[in-house]
Design a protein around this ligand. Structure first.
Ligand SMILES: CC/C=C\C/C=C\C[C@@H](O)/C=C/C=C/C=C\[C@@H](O)CCCC(=O)O
Ligand SMILES: [Zn+2]
Length: 612
């Protein structure tokens, strides 16, 4: 895609004209798997005049584009061109005259049944088996498949929506629900959002109150279990407010997604989408909720202006998430979380990105690569490590947290680049600690490849226990482990996760036999009958593959139980590197690919090295 403006992944020209508000009128048609209706879009023109407007579209059929003039709709000429595979096309709307000031267009259109932002599930694919389910995932650039828009996070707009669907179903959006009657639900989002935060889900959904401003929504069979698992939500919200300032989105609800949801969570405003793989039964995986709540400031209020600066969203969010953990569980757990993140980062750099080292930079170049292809744990972990480095260098949380609040307040409702963060940091600290500012090697932190430039001096107490256990399993034969006193020591779920990560990272494990894997599974209660913890099961399956144990039923049972990319992609990648596993992985993938969301099927095909 030609780089037209500040956003390499969008055709739109936000320097000339910007969307301010959108009124959506959508009908959700499960029989055709489409959304049809209209988008009435208010623009503000930022230059002397314009003669055309460029919007992003993907796989959308436009019936008409009209300009609103004194209550009348006047049809305009439009053209769709410049298709870039997996990115989208350019909708050029020709205005009748040179136009300045403001402008409202109404576009009548329908989506395609293969819109990349949407997944449509048949009743059989749901828990309840009676009703269909559909949901969206717009980040990074899939909003353009459900709405002609400036699909760039540099543009923020408010929106109202009228949603029409079968009255038996519940429609939810990333906005405040105004009420529902006979299958018509109205929504209002008064806080300006980037297009990637537009979200919709329609299904047989029930809700349960879990806090003064929170409900959990889910299919009936899991709503009670989910309410129990996520009952710390208000505690997380209050702690996040203590760190970041007041919560400005009024409501914070959670929607438990079907297992095919490709991510852990998605920070859709007022309604986080969350994978059911975080329901372990003992709250051991609910840090994802703390993460999504943190996005209510970092990402949703202060937003990266394009996805090359994604670390401004995710690095800050992990940084705040870790602060929440520190406040609620103690600083040693904040540091353990960071150390565990670094293990994941090491794995990402060594495996996922081994042939694309340029994507291990904190700020990446997306001129020739789509955001989905560039996605990894790098912006999360390298970004949060950078912020922790700055915090430690500048004198600790007492000094850095007031800056963080001030930064969030300064840039709320805006979209920014790394240079804006850097300038604000300098303005804030230049008279206070100029000598510390000089010590920061910005060039290396932002643009060098590989692991973070500096690893902060973390408290390693919790982590050391995991390492001790991992070293034992890696260096000793099974017979010696059986009699070791170390294995009598109990580990928490997150320590077990880290123990497995450490083992997966070992270049060599002595005596990696079925007997050893079984002993490990039994010792730490990791079998599928005993634990529901998906992070443990995921890593154990990777260890089974590393041991070259031909337990394909168990491996594919896990790989087909959910299509969260964090889990399925490394498993398929590992299998692709094993001559016995690869053909079976391809066969299994071909069987289940239609149940995956498009973005997941695309990524796994790439991991397996086969045609998409
Ligand atoms: C440098 C990378 C550039 C752009 C990437 C931006 C978006 C990529 C796209 O694939 C969407 C990502 C959405 C992520 C949503 C939630 C994550 O925080 C989940 C993390 C993984 C997990 O826990 O499952
Ligand atoms: Zn995030």
């Amino acid at each position: 895609m030609p780089r037209l403006g500040t956003d390499p992944s969008s055709y739109s020209q936000p320097d000339l004209v910007k969307i301010k508000h959108i009124d959506l009128d959508w009908t959700v048609d499960f029989s055709q798997k489409i959304i049809s209706g209209s988008a009435q879009i208010q623009f503000i023109i930022l230059t002397k005049f314009i003669e055309e407007i460029l919007l992003d579209v993907s796989d959308i059929t436009i019936d008409s584009v009209n300009v609103l003039n004194e209550g009348c709709e006047i049809p305009l000429k439009f053209d769709i061109s410049g298709l870039v595979p997996d990115i989208g096309s350019k909708l050029t709307i020709t205005l009748p005259t040179k136009t300045d000031g403001k402008l409202t267009l109404k576009i009548y259109y329908k989506t395609s049944s293969s819109a990349s932002a949407l997944q449509w599930l048949t009743p059989e694919q749901t828990l309840g088996k009676k009703h269909p389910f559909m949901f969206s995932q717009c980040q990074a650039i899939h909003a353009r498949s459900i709405l002609p828009c400036q699909d760039s996070p540099s543009v923020k707009f408010t929106y109202n929506a009228t949603l029409r669907h079968s009255p038996e179903l519940t429609g939810l959006m990333s906005a405040i629900r105004q009420g529902s009657e006979n299958g018509v639900t109205k929504y209002v989002q008064k806080v300006p959002i980037p297009s990637y935060l537009l979200a919709i889900a329609v299904g047989d959904l029930y809700s349960k109150k879990i806090g003064p401003r929170s409900h959990v929504w889910a299919e009936k069979d899991i709503v009670d279990e989910a309410a129990e698992e996520y009952s710390d939500t208000e505690k997380f919200l209050k702690t996040a407010e203590d760190i970041c300032g007041p919560y400005l989105w009024q409501q914070y609800d959670l929607l438990v997604m079907p297992p095919s949801f490709p991510f852990g969570g998605m920070e859709n405003p007022s309604l986080t989408f969350i994978t059911p793989t975080t329901i372990a039964g003992d709250k051991s995986l609910v840090d994802v909720v703390a993460h999504e709540i943190s996005h209510s400031w970092t990402g949703n209020l202060v937003t990266n202006a394009n996805f090359e600066h994604f670390w401004l969203n995710e690095g800050f969010t992990v940084f705040v998430e870790q602060k929440i953990i520190g406040r609620l569980r103690g600083d040693e757990y904040r540091d353990f979380h960071a150390l565990h993140g670094l293990s994941d980062l090491k794995d990402t750099i060594k495996n996922q990105l081994k042939n694309e080292p340029e994507l291990t930079k904190l700020v990446v170049d997306l001129s020739n690569v789509g955001p989905d292809d560039a996605f990894s744990s790098v912006p999360y972990m390298k970004g949060s490590t950078f912020l922790r480095y700055l915090e430690d260098l500048f004198g600790g949380p007492g000094i850095f947290e007031p800056f963080l609040r001030s930064y969030l307040d300064q840039f709320k409702y805006q979209s920014i680049l790394t240079k804006d963060f850097k300038k604000y940091l300098y303005d804030y600290f230049k008279d206070k600690i100029p000598e510390k500012l000089e010590q920061v090697d910005w060039d290396k932190w932002l643009y060098s490849e590989g692991m973070p430039l500096v690893i902060p001096n973390y408290d390693t107490k919790v982590y050391d226990t995991c390492k001790k256990h991992a070293d034992l399993w890696a260096s000793q034969p099974t017979s010696a482990i059986k009699t070791s006193s170390i294995i009598k020591e109990k580990l928490t779920s997150i320590q077990k996760i880290e123990l497995l990560s450490e083992l997966l990272d070992k270049p060599e494990i002595v005596d990696l036999t079925a007997e050893k894997v079984d002993l490990l599974t039994e010792t730490y209660e990791m079998s599928r009958n005993v634990t529901k913890n998906s992070e443990i099961r995921f890593r154990l399956m990777r260890l089974v593959i590393k041991a070259r144990l031909e337990r394909f039923d168990e491996i594919f049972e896990f790989a087909n139980s959910n299509f969260r990319m964090k889990f399925v992609r490394p498993i398929y990648r590992d299998l692709a590197g094993w001559d016995v596993g690869k053909p079976l992985a391809i066969e299994n993938f071909k069987k289940v690919r239609d149940e995956m969301m498009k973005v997941c099927a695309y990524a796994v095909a790439k991991d397996l090295g086969i045609e998409n």
